[in-house]
Design a protein. Structure first.
Length: 838
């Protein structure tokens, strides 16, 4: 009978399952077993009850299991929590201390990865990175390690003084994974056939390929396209380059064909070398602009920061001066309200002004790029391709100002740009810059000119209003961009004189917003102006989305154009899951008004099959009907459609996906992102990955997760609710941190086969001693004999497996047996069998 201990209650089936799975993987068939619980809901056995009634002798020594946190020494895959924050997941070796409790072993390198100040601790500083540390508590006083075996979680408590202070979202560069060697191609193929009422037809196909090879930190990339129509076909190479990250500089080195960023000067394509900082290598809390908040706490205090009414930061600080430099602002504007709550409950408040523009940087942060090579003209254009060099820099001077500038030079072109961005507190944010360019064309005509640019942004939280304005002014008609300077036979007339752009959005009440945007350009030498204005309203009520938009355009060489559109979108969840019906009306000047009805939705359990049906009709009685569908499989996305109109019919088809060649074979995948992961399920097929629709391991046990976030921790989890019946996993979650362009490996050790209860006897036909440990000689899988000589085995197949059973250190206290399932397909989820151990 179960006994009560402290918060006593009977062991429920769920609790017994927990014991079997986490503590002693055996099947409970006897009655002489005691289950007790402690205050912290820790379940364990009383070893004095573990005496088999069949053999009448004491079983293997299991006294270690009566102690909290006591288990068999070995290597375990654990989640590591440092000071109540999860920092990683990895295999850790545990040894038994004098009290038979498990203690973790760390290498010095692993301690560095945890953020411990190894070089400042004498007992660690002189050791090699591979040196093993058995007792961290003796080296760092105040340290505590607790292994929660039930949840495979290692809880570490380390004094803050022994740790580096990292920004929120920080991931140690030592965890950045360059991945495994791979060759891959991303492809997107589309085609169509048009059949016309007159009897003729036309066909066209398009193939887009992004090819790559990874070797360590190096990334070789090629982007090519192929087009074909009834008259001809062509193959074009868009770009090729070799790239790698420079971790120490938090930068990317690129050699080959690419384009400049356009942060200071207009973007252009080139062939050459570029070294540029990569903000993706920074923690999320260090990207973009946010002010450094400083203050003084009179005691141990709680600092809370709010923006636009939302808490964006809260932390405990010790008495004295504090500095907060890892904020995540909720918008580009809105003052920060800082509250300091002292230990006695008293509060102090102050306001930190805040507004930001895209180029602004945090205090002390430098963003740069340096490029040298040859200008690369567009295909088919009549342009020069001179050698050039460009350097740009953006530096956060303090909480208020950001300085930026750049130099660009070639044989016949020189440009200099400088600027400053500033937060104006409650008034918003403003930047001003000036670029000068000197240009000499082939006909020996020389020009020089200036471009002035002003940008302003302001959010008004009280009224939910957002305002953004940009103004460009050219002092004369002699300013040319680098693209224009390299264009032969350029038309020097009608040079742009100025341009203004604006964007205003206003939330008038919950769920409804207005917007207005527009631009105007005027030119030297004439009074013509180009104008474009858009206004609209959008909102959502009871799940029904709606919008009304109006656009006006006027160009110097064309008539004015006006367009009005109305959109409605209604969910059909009650009748048809994951579907919507929408209506759109478009009225445009000098064109018939068009009405369109559309039904969109998705099917199957994870929505991997999507469809759309559309019918349109205009005032001239022109109609068009279409049906389209696409299916996302582990091996790519397949699409097809049919369109029918007054005078033609069209069939379209397409497939997008990836082909990955890796050290273990070839795997087909969905379309690949910048970084991706190879899932290795140890030969288990049909294993699905959570949050990635359509992704499942192929017949060889591999799958590709097509997109990951670079330099950040990505969680990859198996969908255990849909595991095949013959698959058991030792762990269901892996964490990976890919570098730019990497294919990282995530291995899930799967036991493929069936679950079996095997009654094992010795050569005399007697049950093996209770508590004897059985180990699979091939896989390392372990199980413990129950009092009836029964073992629970998983991953058993028709292939014979050899097991070794030990219940002591003597030669007579061990034996071996082999076991396999019948060749026929088993019908039960848990099988039964017998074996004799010799």
């Amino acid at each position: 009978m179960p006994q009560r201990h402290h918060q006593g209650h009977k062991c429920t089936p769920k609790q017994l399952a927990l014991i079997i799975k986490r503590c002693l993987p055996i099947v409970l068939t006897g009655s002489g077993m005691l289950c007790t619980t402690a205050n912290a809901e820790e379940y364990y056995f009383d070893p004095t009850m573990l005496e088999t009634t069949k053999s009448g002798m004491q079983t293997t020594d299991l006294s270690r299991f009566s102690k909290k946190y006591a288990q068999l020494p070995g290597t375990y895959q654990v989640d590591i929590w440092l000071n109540k924050k999860k920092v990683s997941q990895k295999k850790i070796t545990f040894i038994a201390n004098a009290e038979q409790l498990l203690e973790p072993q760390f290498t010095v390198e692993q301690l560095r990865e945890l953020g411990i100040k190894v070089d400042e601790i004498p007992a660690l500083a002189e050791k090699d990175n591979d040196s093993v540390i058995n007792s961290l508590e003796q080296i760092i006083p105040g340290t505590a390690a607790e292994f929660d075996f039930n949840h495979q979680r290692l809880n570490l408590s380390i004094p803050q003084i022994a740790l580096y202070r990292d920004a929120r979202g920080y991931v140690s560069p030592s965890r950045w994974d360059d991945g495994i060697p791979t060759l891959f191609t991303n492809y997107s193929f589309t085609g169509s056939e048009n059949r016309y009422r007159q009897g003729n037809r036309s066909q066209r196909q398009y193939l887009n390929m992004q090819n790559g090879a990874n070797f360590g930190p190096w990334r070789l990339r090629n982007y090519s396209t192929w087009t074909r129509n009834d008259q001809a076909s062509s193959w074009n190479t868009i770009s090729s380059y070799l790239q790698r990250d420079i971790k120490a500089l938090k930068s990317q080195l690129l050699m080959g064909e690419s384009a400049t960023s356009g942060s200071i000067f207009s973007s252009y394509t080139f062939t050459g070398v570029q070294l540029a900082s990569d903000d993706n290598m920074l923690p999320n809390s260090q990207r973009g602009f946010a002010p450094t908040v400083r203050g003084i706490a009179n005691s141990s205090a709680i600092v809370t920061i709010r923006q636009n009414g939302y808490v964006i930061y809260q932390s405990n600080v010790p008495a004295g001066a504090f500095e907060i430099n890892d904020l995540y602002p909720s918008s580009n504007s809105g003052d920060l309200e800082v509250t300091i709550e002292e230990s006695d409950g008293t509060q102090r408040h102050f306001i930190q002004p805040y507004s930001s523009l895209p180029m602004m940087q945090r205090p002390g942060h430098l963003k740069y790029s340096a490029t040298a090579g040859r200008y690369r003209a567009d295909a088919g254009s009549d342009s020069k391709e001179p050698e050039f060099a460009e350097a740009t820099a953006i530096y956060g001077l303090n909480n208020t100002f950001t300085l930026y500038g750049g130099l660009l030079g070639s044989e016949d072109y020189y440009a200099l740009g400088v600027g400053i961005g500033s937060t104006l507190g409650a008034l918003g944010a403003l930047s001003m810059d000036i670029n000068r360019a000197d240009t000499q064309f082939d006909n020996q005509h020389s020009f020089d000119g200036y471009q002035w640019r002003t940008q302003y942004i302001k959010d008004i939280p009280e009224t939910n209003t957002n305002i953004a304005v940009s103004y460009y002014r050219y002092t004369n008609d002699g300013y040319f961009s680098f693209d224009e300077a390299n264009t032969r036979n350029l038309n020097y007339n009608s040079r742009q004189k100025s341009e203004i752009q604006f964007n205003i959005s206003q939330t008038i009440f919950d769920g409804v917003s207005l917007y207005a945007s527009g631009s105007q350009q005027d030119y030297w030498g004439n009074n013509e102006k180009n104008r474009n204005i858009s206004v609209g309203v959008s909102g959502q009520q009871w799940g029904i989305g709606y919008s009304l938009n109006y656009q006006y355009s006027r160009y110097t060489d064309e008539n004015n154009d006006r367009a009005l559109s109305l959109n409605l979108s209604i969910p059909l969840e009650r009748w048809l899951p994951r579907s919507r019906v929408s209506y759109q009306m478009t009225s445009q000047k000098d064109r018939p008004t068009q009405h369109e009805m559309r039904l969109d939705g998705s099917l199957l359990d994870d929505g991997r099959l999507s469809y759309s049906l559309e019918q349109s009709l205009d005032d001239d009685n022109n109609h068009n009907s279409s049906l389209n569908a696409s299916y996302r499989s582990p091996y790519g996305t397949f699409s097809g459609g049919y369109n029918y109109g007054n005078d033609s019919r069209q069939y379209n088809y397409g497939v997008t996906g990836g082909v990955v060649i890796h050290p273990h074979g070839v795997t087909l995948s969905q379309y690949l992102g910048n970084a991706f992961a190879l899932i290795d399920a140890n030969g288990a097929s049909g294993v699905k990955i959570q949050n990635y629709p359509g992704i499942a391991t192929d017949p060889f046990g591999y799958a590709v997760v097509p997109y990951l976030t670079t330099y950040q921790e990505n969680r990859l989890s198996v969908d255990t609710t849909q595991l095949p019946d013959n698959v058991d996993l030792e762990q269901t979650t892996q964490f990976v941190v890919p570098s730019r362009g990497a294919m990282v490996a995530a291995r899930f050790n799967a036991n493929i086969g069936y679950r079996v209860l095997v009654t094992v006897s010795d050569r005399n036909g007697k049950p093996l001693p209770f508590g004897a440990l059985a180990s699979n000689d091939e896989t390392g899988q372990q199980s413990i004999v129950d009092e009836g000589g029964i073992l629970y085995l998983s991953g058993v197949s028709s292939k014979s497996q050899s097991w070794t059973v030990r219940w002591g250190n003597q030669a007579a206290q061990q034996c071996q047996f082999a076991f396999s399932t019948p060749d026929s397909e088993p019908t039960a989820s848990v099988l039964q069998g017998t074996a004799q151990c010799h």
